[in-house]
Design a protein around this ligand. Structure first.
Ligand code: ZN
Length: 597
């Protein structure tokens, strides 16, 4: 253990002790039953302004951890983290702007020192660095070989500072092929591939600057990238105005790049990732049957939410506001606690491991960390139940969604059987992929069941508040989960895992081509790391495997997931694309035959 590491942990321990004293007392009425009062009590606290939306790496997130620990302890459950109830790991939680972000544009007669925050701003994914060169204008900054369009074809940008406009030559066409390859991340990739040192991006259609935010990828763009205001950019074009040049590119579909030889750009960026220790919370209840207690049923729910509105928020208002996340996922966390308390007095035959996951909203970081570093042997995990958003049962539709019913023999039939006395309108989904924590277990070939009451208009918005929770509905749903668990636990045989074939990359939309890779969102290495492939997919057929780090896709070198998505946008169905993969220290090249989505 390094010194810095140790210091971090000591500081964290001190911080935890401080927060631990500020959590509220247990619910005033506390019984083994799943009760409306207790569900409401947990949800109101977790979704209170005091917890400030339980953002990853924040004090509010830490308070939630302390609350879970205290409750688990109160129910008499054994600590099952790697330090007490906690399993602590380091996560990238955001980006920080240092003091040295400068940009100077010099022309023959004048020298303009731009002000960070007013005239320009670095993007959160920018590299840190420094460069000085004549400024090169590279149109929209796009290189699309399949469209025979390359803004970098006629200019040498090696080691230079490049200026490009947002958008693409077919901005008026809502179905343009350029759409998939014209994000700012894409432009950063094209500039980096062309050898540029830094990229200035201007929005030709609007004033204002991009927000300096973390886009949930702990991998930078590998090049300095800043946004500059329209006014500053327009002032650099003395021979022909920028809007006129862009209009010409649009109408001719021909690049019009050039060296702005009378402008010298001097840029320095100071951007870094913020890393913080965050914790999963784990508690174990020993099973009642000596022959079966070696098997572990996992019940998990993520306790984190979007804080004051990090990446993932759908709120578009001007003021920063707390995203309380009552349904997402104070409701699931409360249900998990109530089930822990219930089962502590009504022990199943198998052991139950309760897991409060950290950082789900940042890409399932907590659950994938646990699945990679399990605090109980993964081989002992018999199946996993995930609860994420259980608080909005509609009394009129009575709809309860259960995902993963096809991931093991008999799950669907048992869920339906239990429902005979509950009479939910069940929305059954066979596969166990998807965008919540059960996916981390499904990828490890474990049967999963995921319970949720559905999306709504307050989803990922500040209005997801405790007063909108349907507590009687959640009580019924939580009791249903308990009965489903019992029904599966009643069988002597351990459920067998079944992989369900689905023909869709749920997380990567908008592309014509289908590959079937499952991203590892927690990866911090340069490249695109996968946790597996979909059965029957082109990726599987090409021989890609869990843990592979894809470093090149076709002609595109990959440093991050955005580079990968961009590369997909450059290819068409039925193409054979060579991919270079790093596997156990070795580089190998495989060929993927792309198919239509
Ligand atoms: Zn959630």
């Amino acid at each position: 253990m390094t010194r810095t590491r140790l210091t971090t942990i000591l500081l964290l321990a001190a911080a935890c002790a401080a927060y631990a004293q500020t959590i509220p007392p247990p619910p005033p009425t506390s019984t083994a039953d799943v009760t409306i009062d207790e569900l409401g009590y947990h949800i109101r606290y977790l979704a209170s302004d005091e917890l400030e939306g339980r953002g990853t790496g924040t004090k509010g997130g830490e308070l939630a951890v302390s609350y879970l620990e205290r409750e688990f302890q109160r129910y008499g459950l054994a600590p099952a983290g790697d330090k007490g109830y906690r399993q602590t790991f380091e996560a990238v939680t955001g980006v920080a702007m240092g003091a040295d972000n400068t940009l100077t544009l010099s022309t023959a007669g004048a020298r303009r020192t731009l002000l960070v925050g007013r005239d320009f701003t670095p993007y959160g994914f920018s590299a840190a660095g420094r460069a000085s060169s004549p400024l090169v204008f590279a149109g929209y900054g796009i290189n699309a070989p399949n469209k025979q369009y390359n803004d970098y074809a006629s200019v040498d940008v090696k080691g230079r500072v490049v200026l490009v406009a947002k958008g693409h030559p077919e901005s008026g066409n809502p179905h343009s092929d350029f759409d998939d390859i014209s994000s700012v991340r894409s432009k950063a990739l094209f500039a980096r591939e062309a050898g540029a040192a830094a990229l200035l991006i201007v929005n030709p259609d609007g004033d204002g600057l991009a927000e300096f935010t973390y886009d949930n990828s702990p991998q930078g763009a590998g090049i300095m990238v800043v946004n500059i205001t329209r006014a500053e950019a327009l002032a650099l074009f003395t021979r022909e105005a920028l809007p006129a040049i862009l209009a010409r590119i649009d109408s001719t579909k021909t690049p019009a790049s050039s060296v702005l030889s009378d402008v010298t750009a001097d840029i320095q960026t100071d951007v870094s990732f913020i890393r913080k220790p965050v914790s999963n919370v784990a508690a174990l209840l020993e099973g009642s049957d000596p022959a079966l207690r070696g098997q572990v049923i996992v019940i998990g729910a993520h306790y984190d939410h979007l804080g004051w509105g990090q990446s993932g928020s759908l709120y578009r208002g001007k003021d920063r506001v707390i995203h309380n996340g009552a349904d997402d996922n104070a409701s699931g966390t409360a249900a998990m606690l109530e089930l822990a308390q219930y089962f502590a007095s009504n022990r199943p035959r198998r052991s139950v491991l309760f897991l409060g996951f950290a950082a789900e909203e940042m890409g399932l970081l907590g659950s994938s960390h646990w699945a990679k570093n399990p605090t109980r042997p993964l081989a002992d995990v018999a199946w996993m139940i995930n609860i994420d958003m259980l608080g909005r049962l509609s009394d009129s539709t009575n709809k309860l969604n259960v995902q993963g019913v096809g991931t093991s023999n008999g799950f669907e039939e048992l869920v339906k059987k239990v429902n005979e006395s509950y009479k939910f309108d069940l929305g059954l989904i066979q596969d166990g992929q998807g965008s919540s924590d059960h996916a981390s277990f499904y990828r490890k070939d474990l049967p999963v069941l995921f319970f949720f009451t559905g999306l709504h208009t307050d989803y990922h918005r500040p209005s997801d508040d405790a007063d909108k929770i349907n507590l009687p509905g959640e009580q019924r749903a939580a009791r249903f989960i308990a009965d489903v668990l019992r029904a599966i636990d009643a069988r002597d045989e351990r459920p067998l895992f079944t992989k369900v074939v689905v023909k869709e990359d749920r997380r990567v939309r908008g592309f014509n081509v289908y590959v079937g890779t499952i991203p590892d969102y927690g990866n911090t290495e340069e490249g695109f790391k996968i946790t597996g492939t979909s059965p029957g997919s082109p990726a599987e057929k090409a021989g890609l495997k869990a843990g592979d780090l894809i470093v090149q896709f076709g002609d595109t070198k990959l440093k991050n997931i955005y580079d990968y998505m961009n590369a997909l946008g450059l290819h068409k169905p039925e193409e054979d694309v060579p991919v270079t993969v790093k596997r156990g220290g070795e580089l190998l090249t495989l060929t993927i035959h792309l198919v239509k989505k």
